[in-house]
Design a protein. Structure first.
Length: 374
């Protein structure tokens, strides 16, 4: 049994300044704000902040590793993000040939069997709008197809947890209700949907908006589009908070609708943490300049070079969210999206001892998974 003290604890009920947190068996057993009994194994963190481990539900790679390259690269990319505080990962796979996507799902199934911190897969395609495909390879986009979906879900062996679909495509609404029935979260994204078409997608069962504002029509006063439909729905809202994908005011705008539905994601690609240069994303060439990843051919944003600690820090310091709301967006809300709220996502008794210790500037000092510092 260990008691951590000496840092500010960000709990769902607020910040415990001078609080303590007791760990045993890889779990948080108790926490509080009063003095700690002296007989215990007390470890002082010497300042900073203690927050729950981050949960990234949309990420493609990092540290030079692309999840679609091989099982080894997938594992190495996940490990890279753990150093930045991501203690649970939903691996995003892009539109590809059906065989290739199934093979990548096979790697994921094998990795997740040995590592329960891999929460599953997000399929970002292939049922997307060509006009909003961003850096995805348009040659691999498909119209909604139930047989193809069945093959993908089969290859994922119940680890496909979310799937991005453009709701305006023929057959999309039926596919969204199929996903909901199969226990997979349908996400509206990479879409040219009108406000009404997007509303139909949410009514059919979609519970998530894939990188809100990006890869969907801009908000116009006579054509509010998928973004406003998403904001008005009960769906969770992914945000790529890197200062490039959107203005911080747009995050405050989303927070004004549903603070408890915001999800900080990275959408990170392999160049994350490596530097500028030439890379590939889903098989297409991508150029990274000043940390901005863009498809070499079209100039579209091609994912980000963000890490979860960076997204969190920006949410507090640049966007101005209360730190409790930023913690919820990086941990508690994605845990609820994935149905893991009873296992992780907050500093609370009974939940996994997945912790990030941040310094006063909100930079990562150490990451704990299952009660062990890494
Ligand atoms: Zn993505």
């Amino acid at each position: 049994m260990t008691v951590l003290t000496g840092a500010r604890l960000v709990t769902p009920a607020g910040v415990l300044d001078g609080g303590w947190l007791r760990l045993a068996g890889g779990r948080i057993t108790e926490l509080g704000g009063g003095p700690v009994a002296s007989s215990e194994n007390v470890v002082s963190l010497d300042g900073g902040w203690l927050v729950p481990g981050f949960i990234d539900v949309h990420v493609h790679g990092g540290g030079g590793h692309d999840f679609t390259a091989s099982a080894e690269e997938m594992a190495a990319g996940i490990e890279f993000h753990r150093r930045h505080g991501t203690t649970r990962t939903l691996v995003s796979l892009m539109a590809g040939a059906l065989d290739a996507m199934c093979e990548q799902l096979g790697w994921l199934v094998a990795l997740a069997a040995a590592d329960d911190r891999i929460a599953g897969a997000h399929l970002e395609g292939p049922f997307l709008a060509e006009s909003r495909c961003g850096a995805q390879n348009a040659a691999h986009l498909q119209l909604p197809d139930r047989q193809m979906l069945a093959k993908l879900l089969d290859a994922g062996q119940s680890l496909v947890r979310t799937m991005t679909v453009a709701p305006e495509l023929p057959g999309a609404l039926g596919l969204i209700s199929d996903l909901a029935e199969a226990g997979v979260v349908a996400a509206v994204g990479h879409t040219d949907a009108s406000y009404e078409q997007a509303q139909a997608g949410f009514a059919a069962g979609a519970r998530l908006a894939t990188h809100l504002y990006n890869a969907m029509p801009p908000i116009r006063h006579r054509a509010p589009g998928a973004a406003i439909a998403a904001l008005e729905s009960a769906a969770f809202l992914e945000l790529v908070n890197d200062g490039v994908h959107m203005h911080p005011a747009m995050i405050r705008h989303a927070a004004g609708y549903r603070m408890d539905r915001l999800l900080l994601i990275t959408d990170a690609m392999s160049a994350t943490g490596v530097g500028d240069g030439s890379y590939s994303l889903g098989g297409l060439p991508v150029t990274v300049v000043d940390g901005q990843a863009r498809a070499a051919e079209t100039g579209s944003l091609a994912g980000s070079t963000l890490t979860m600690d960076g997204a969190f820090r920006r949410a507090v310091r640049e966007v101005g969210l209360p730190i409790e709301a930023a913690v919820a967006a990086a941990s508690g809300n994605p845990a609820r999206l994935l149905g893991l709220g009873d296992r992780c996502g907050a500093l609370a008794a009974g939940l996994a001892a997945d912790l990030v210790h941040l310094d006063d500037e909100l930079a990562v000092r150490r990451v704990m998974i299952d009660g062990r510092w890494r």
